[in-house]
Design a protein around this ligand. Structure first.
Ligand code: SF4
Ligand code: SF4
Length: 298
């Protein structure tokens, strides 16, 4: 049985698909979106989570690490992922509880048992499970094994994905609803802010359409990146040409800002204001006039 790394399991979720759901957040993402609200999800392995707001700068963690993986400068701790073996000696040595484990290993069977605890709620509400991340398909072997088992139990499955996976096709047969991110219609702009171009993503989107998957395109609307009115016709053309007629506009927010601060990470969108409601309303109306069923949020 394969194992994978999960960084959070959220029960009774009402916003990640129909009905009551259990959302499983998997670690690891090939993309490095500059506005990412879950920066702790990007690193694929089990790691150490640092809460700068609790740290007193004592340096005990530096001494506790057997691998020389911790540095403490000017009261701020950094963990060298290349040296860290996730032994958690630094967590044990920290008097301020500023360090904790980031990610938990599960076999696909163990994860299935966890999500099945809420089967009654799924059945009563028309809900199910949602895989999110990070990018779930970065752990494709584990995820496909888990999806197969979950489908065998008759669970409704939603996959939230950035679509950047060479092995996307293997997951598709088990997906009831695909929340598929489209971050920018231009490949170069996409690469500049996410670290990858969008060709593979568009190919996978078209493949999912061909396979008859129920798809909602999700567009994170990011100030100065993809919110320009000149891009709206390109977005709607891309969706219509791909055969996707449902979309969610996900306005930029600052809910992840504190995570960057507490992890001691630089944040490119520090202090950037949220998207104005009027602009989002105009964007929604434009999409609707183009024949796309669209909502703000999702
Ligand atoms: S988890 Fe272990 S190896 Fe990693 S930084 Fe902490 S003490 Fe060092
Ligand atoms: S993380 Fe803990 S042990 Fe390390 S410097 Fe901060 S308070 Fe001290």
């Amino acid at each position: 049985m394969k194992s994978g790394i999960v960084f959070n399991i959220q029960r009774f979720s009402l916003h990640d698909g129909p009905g009551i759901r259990t959302t499983v957040f998997l670690k690891g993402c090939e993309l490095k979106c500059a506005w990412c609200a879950n920066p702790e999800s990007q690193y694929p392995g089990v790691g150490v989570q640092y809460d700068k707001t609790k740290c007193i700068g004592c340096g005990a963690c530096v001494k506790a690490c057997p691998n020389g993986g911790v540095a403490c400068e000017n009261g701020v701790v950094t963990i060298d992922r290349r040296r860290c073996t996730a032994c958690l000696s630094c967590q044990d040595g920290c008097p301020a509880h500023a360090l904790s484990s980031e990610g938990t290993k599960y076999t696909s069977g163990e994860l299935l048992n966890v999500v099945l605890r809420d089967r009654h709620y799924f059945d009563a509400s028309g809900g199910g499970i949602t895989l999110s991340g990070g990018e779930p398909l970065m752990q494709h072997g584990f995820v496909v094994e888990f999806l197969k088992a979950a489908k065998g139990e008759g669970l409704h499955i939603t996959l939230e994905t950035a679509g950047h996976s060479e092995r996307f096709a293997e997951a598709l047969p088990y997906i009831d609803l695909l929340y598929f991110d489209i971050k920018h219609p231009h490949s170069a702009a996409h690469a500049a802010k996410t670290g990858v171009s969008n060709e593979l993503i568009i190919e996978n989107l078209k493949m999912a359409v061909r396979e008859g998957t129920n798809i909602v395109a999700r567009i994170p609307v990011i100030p100065g990146f993809n919110d320009g009115e000149d891009l709206w016709p390109e977005y709607t053309a891309l969706l219509k040409n791909s055969g996707v007629l449902n979309a969610h506009l996900l306005p930029f927010h600052q809910l992840g800002q504190q995570k960057y601060r507490s992890h001691g990470l630089a944040y490119a969108y520090d202090g950037v204001p949220s998207m104005p409601k009027e602009k989002l309303g105009k964007m929604r109306d434009y999409f609707a006039n183009e024949g796309i069923t669209v909502q703000i949020g999702g």
